[in-house]
Design a protein around this ligand. Structure first.
Ligand code: AMP
Ligand code: GLY
Length: 424
């Protein structure tokens, strides 16, 4: 199989690492990739959202399968682009089409979908600019904290959780009338605040059958004990101890099956990963959000726990034969800790030389924001490296990652010292 993987983060390095272990891989290209992905394939200097350049690369390198890492190309319709192009229509794309990607691309679409299929989620209402007054009234009818969500993609910044009613009204106005998040906030979902612990669940589907992948817990805040600003994710663990068999059955029966069946009954063709962002409220799972891709940094703990050949699963997705494929997991625990640039998630510097990458034996170092200049690897983003380890239990896995982190350095490097603290 000749594969082109789109994206450039830690998720993509973990996917590339996993695909490189497949017995059916003939060639792997990554667009644009990073200094880590080049260990497993050939990086192409093409943006993951430049469909015309991607087409050119697919034809030039005789690609059979395109694996889409991030949401942006999916929400922009890369699957539809391939299906409507005579030269590309035989190339399989692992990822949902434009309509199906609305599960992530539009919060309102996702909420309506959940409502139609009785999938547990927070009570909500959606407002547009001309309904601002009604939005104020809706806020007045609710209790703090107030949850405001820009309908469209806003680079992970579109959700505001506000304690003060007047501030919430003001932000609603900023989003709707003053386009705080541009077009993404031309509609705003206001929903009930759910109090609980979050977890991420993943499914791969060919549209008919599905396989559940290991769950994970992501640590989103920059500061220890979950304080400070939100980030893309500072670390992750898998499995998640509170996700016991009873809770997982609820997730499967109340959320996963109704989602797959709901998509099928509405004739929304969905092929690829579904990421269920869930919250556990008094032992009941609720959907906080859907994503149409894998999570980052969750992928960096899920892929190491997947024993099966991922290209075999992708082939199952492409040919509608996923039900015939076998999926096996490693019983061990996995933990990943993100090493980030000083200052992140606010302003930070790039181009710092990274030392010690060759000294690591007990962990896998997945590159997130790195660039290679010959043998020299430099920082090129806020999140720089995800240091992942396996262990007989979470404690062992975490110990390994932290001892590996001690051996890696770059100027102003930062990482959370307490990943997994709450579930140990
Ligand atoms: P989202 O982009 O929808 O995942 O939201 C970002 C984050 O906001 C989530 O990971 C949660 O921590 C938080 N959040 C979103 N919706 C709610 C809600 N209804 N209740 C409590 N927290 C929420
Ligand atoms: N780690 C959360 C996400 O990928 O959206």
């Amino acid at each position: 199989m000749r594969v082109l993987l789109l994206g450039s983060g830690g998720r993509e390095h973990a996917l590339a690492w996993k695909m490189a272990q497949s017995s059916i891989l003939e060639a792997l290209f990554i667009a644009p990739g990073n200094a880590g992905t080049r260990q497993h394939g050939v990086n192409l200097n093409i943006s993951a959202s430049d469909f015309h350049e991607i087409k050119h690369a697919v034809l030039k390198h005789s690609i059979d399968v395109v694996v889409v890492g991030p949401e942006d190309p999916l929400v922009k319709g890369i699957v539809d682009f391939f299906q409507s192009d005579d030269e590309l229509s035989k190339v399989a794309v692992i990822g949902p089409n434009k309509v199906a990607s609305q599960l992530e691309g539009s919060k309102d679409f996702a909420k309506e979908f959940m409502q139609r299929h009785n999938i547990p989620t927070a009570k909500y209402a959606t407002f547009t600019k001309d309904k601002l007054e009604e939005g104020y009234k809706f806020l007045e009818s609710m209790k703090a904290p107030y949850v405001l969500k820009a309908d469209g993609l806003a680079a992970g910044k579109g959700v505001l959780i506000i304690n003060d009613l007047n501030e919430a009204k003001n932000e609603l106005k900023n989003m709707l009338a003053d386009a705080k998040f541009g077009d993404a906030s031309s509609r705003v979902v206001i929903e009930k605040f759910l109090d609980g612990v979050e977890l991420s669940c993943f499914v791969i589907t060919d549209g008919d059958s599905y396989k559940i992948l290991p769950e994970a817990k992501d640590y989103k805040r920059i500061g220890e004990a979950d304080t400070g600003l939100n980030t893309g994710g500072m670390g992750a663990v898998s499995p998640v101890p509170f996700a016991n068999p009873t809770f997982k059955d609820k997730i499967k029966n109340q959320i996963i099956i109704p989602t797959i069946k709901g998509l099928k009954s509405e004739e929304i063709e969905y092929k690829g990963f579904i990421f269920f962002g869930l919250i556990n409220v008094k032992n009941e799972p609720y959907v906080i959000e859907y994503n149409c891709r894998m999570g980052d940094p969750e992928t960096e703990v899920v892929m190491p726990r997947l024993k099966s050949d991922i290209l075999d699963l992708f082939e199952g997705v492409a040919t509608n034969t996923l039900s015939e494929r076998d999926v096996q997991f490693d019983e061990r625990s996995a933990a990943t800790v993100m090493m980030v640039s000083g200052g992140y998630p606010e302003a930070y510097e790039k181009g710092k030389k990274i030392y010690g990458l060759n000294n690591i034996s007990e962990s896998m170092v997945f590159h997130a924001g790195t660039i290679a200049d010959g043998p020299v690897v430099e920082t090129a983003g806020g999140r720089v490296l995800a240091v992942t380890s396996l262990g007989k239990d979470l404690e062992t896995a975490l110990k390994r990652s932290y001892s590996s982190l001690d051996k890696i350095d770059f100027e102003k490097a930062n990482y959370r010292k307490d990943i997994g603290f709450d579930v140990l």
